[in-house]
Design a protein around this ligand. Structure first.
Ligand SMILES: NC(=O)c1ccc[n+]([C@@H]2O[C@H](COP(=O)([O-])OP(=O)(O)OC[C@H]3O[C@@H](n4cnc5c(N)ncnc54)[C@H](OP(=O)(O)O)[C@@H]3O)[C@@H](O)[C@H]2O)c1
Length: 353
């Protein structure tokens, strides 16, 4: 297989490249060379996807059996890339997001749920009135349409992951929970303890993308862990277990946390009370070959990576892009004290909503 990865040095694109190389594929990567070093063994092409002349120069290096596009955020740019690369590639795999659904994170979703209405030629200003997540989702929906209109439905796969975790995660989600768990003491854990969550391992997304590329699997697929497993307890208690720290989770009622103004998704990463956030049906992807490893494996490998046992990317971009997620220690201590004084501790935070 000859594979082209748009991106290919960072998080998901890097995982796609590593897996493809280990399978013996010939891999070309396309990026500006600013975020991280190239993978050893790839043909690295420098360029900016915002520049049509760079995409044309890239197309001259083809043909490829497939392209995996991990860096599409603006429909007009994705349209240009798919238009230039379509004639020199057999199949186009586009990394989208569950944010394309108007119902996320409030409603249960399957791959046929309603999408944001964004045209395939929209520029980066489209949807500015929708807020950060809404605009991101609308633009991604436009990107999907750009791929479909440039290369057609038969030669393309649209992958819509939910939250992606694993080694080299730079957003600060699992990495924050691991760091917090290692610090010890009483840890504020957002209930309900047994609420199911659906993060997917970056390597499992990468493997499925390669499967779609090599088998030319057409269609759009949600890419999340199966509904119902694992739970928030698996996340928090798994992090505590792998760090080996003397840390005690204190499960706190989610409504009380909301009343205290704790920021969902950011201050307590992955915690969100919306009923649809972990209610995404990915059964079609699973039937088509998506395999999700146990969350404890993702946790263990991410902890190993954080401690230098994994393969780190050493580049300017890695430190520069870490997000400011997590609850400051003093605020956590204040909240735990207030929770204990509220008389609700030991209440219903362990069950389902
Ligand atoms: N993280 C999640 O939880 C999550 C969830 C759902 C969906 N997704 C989707 O997954 C995909 C992968 O995300 P990611 O975080 O792994 O990667 P990313 O940050 O989107 O991409 C970084 C890579 O793209 C290259 N790049 C960036 N701008 C470029 C440009 N203008 N021209 C050429 N190359 C460029 C970077 O290299 P240079 O800087 O060297 O150019 C680097 O290799 C995205 O499409 C995202 O929407 C992510």
């Amino acid at each position: 297989m000859r594979l082209l990865i748009l991106g290919g040095t960072w998080y998901l694109g890097r995982a796609v490249g590593e897996l493809a190389l280990s399978a013996g594929w010939s891999v070309t990567t396309f990026n500006r060379g600013t975020s991280a070093p190239d993978l050893v063994g790839v043909e690295a092409v420098r360029g900016d996807r915002e520049r049509v002349e760079d995409l044309r120069r890239l197309a001259e290096r083809g043909p490829w059996d497939a392209v995996v596009d991990t860096i599409g955020y603006v429909p007009s740019q994705v349209f240009n890339a798919a238009t230039e690369l379509g004639p020199v590639t057999g199949h186009y795999v586009f990394l989208s997001s569950v944010n394309v659904y108007t119902g996320w994170p409030d409603q249960p979703l399957d791959d046929a749920s309603a999408l944001f209405g964004c045209p395939p030629d929209a520029d980066a200003t489209f949807g500015a009135d929708l807020g950060y997540a809404g605009q991101y989702g609308a633009l991604k929906a436009g990107c999907e349409r750009a791929v479909l209109s440039a290369v057609g439905t038969e030669r393309s796969t649209i992958l819509r992951p939910g939250v992606i975790l694993g080694p080299r995660e730079y957003v600060g989600r699992l990495t924050w929970w691991l760091g917090r768990s290692a610090r010890g003491g009483q840890l504020l854990a957002p209930g309900p303890r047994l609420r199911p969550i659906q993060p997917v391992d970056v390597r499992d997304v990468a493997q499925f993308a390669l499967h779609c590329a090599s088998s030319r699997l057409a269609g759009a697929f949600n890419v999340t862990a199966p509904m119902g497993q694992p739970t928030f307890a698996d996340l928090v208690e798994g992090c505590i277990a792998v760090t080996g720290a003397d840390t005690e989770p204190v499960w706190v009622d989610p409504d009380w946390l909301v009343s205290q103004g704790v920021q969902q998704w950011t201050e307590l990463p992955l915690w969100r009370t919306n009923q649809g956030v972990w209610n995404v049906d990915s059964s079609r992807a699973i039937a088509a070959g998506l395999q999700c490893r146990p969350l404890r494996e993702t946790i263990a490998d991410t902890w190993a990576w954080m401690n230098g046992g994994g393969t780190a990317i050493t580049g300017e971009g890695e430190a520069g892009r870490a997000a400011d997620h997590g609850l400051p220690a003093e605020r956590e201590a204040e909240l735990l004290l207030e929770w204990q004084q509220s008389g609700q501790a030991g209440g219903n935070a362990g069950g389902l909503p």
